[in-house]
Write a protein that binds this ligand. Structure first.
Ligand code: CMP
Length: 152
């Protein structure tokens, strides 16, 4: 099996609801190693680049605003970004994190346990981001950490 790296970001809803430690605890129950951690000040450019593949979707603007913390009262949005490494890291983290839609996510997963769809605006508040595949993981790690900025 391949040794992979994957990106995790605690989203503004997870930060606001104080779920950071819990999410790390769940991820710690895997055999993966946390190889980098960084608090990143998220600006519109980073949010738009992070979600570049979804540009053109009707929910894109709300997704960007959500990531900027605008729905959770953060004037400056600093989010914790983590890199996990190990066998099958992308799929393993996705398994622990759960499906995108919290209502469809395994109830044992982070999103299944703590995510919700906001009844006021229909936005998925799914607590945590995890790269969807190895290509996305490489791109996202470079975006959030910069090339060559991770301890080897
Ligand atoms: P995430 O897995 O972080 O990355 C893509 C995000 O887009 C996803 O979380 C959801 O928040 C959002 N998303 C994906 N599909 C939809 C959808 N059909 N409607 C609204 N938001 C979506």
């Amino acid at each position: 099996m391949a040794i992979e790296r994957t990106l995790v970001v605690i989203k503004p809803d997870g930060k606001k609801r104080k779920l950071t430690g819990l999410a790390i605890d769940r991820l710690d129950q895997s055999n993966l190693e946390m190889v980098a951690a960084k608090v990143v000040k998220v600006d519109r450019e980073l949010a738009e680049q992070h979600y570049a593949a979804l540009k053109g979707k009707p929910f894109f603007e709300n997704l960007v605003k959500f990531f900027l913390g605008e729905f959770h009262g953060f004037k400056t949005c600093r989010l914790l970004a983590l890199i996990y490494e190990g066998e099958n890291a992308v799929a393993e983290v996705r398994r622990i994190v759960g499906a995108t839609n919290p209502e469809e996510a395994d109830p044992h997963s982070i999103r299944g346990s703590f995510g919700k769809i906001n009844p006021k605006n229909g936005i998925m508040e799914n607590v945590i981001h995890a790269s969807g595949n190895t290509e996305d993981a490489k791109r996202e790690i470079a975006l959030w950490f910069g090339e060559g900025n991770i301890e080897s």
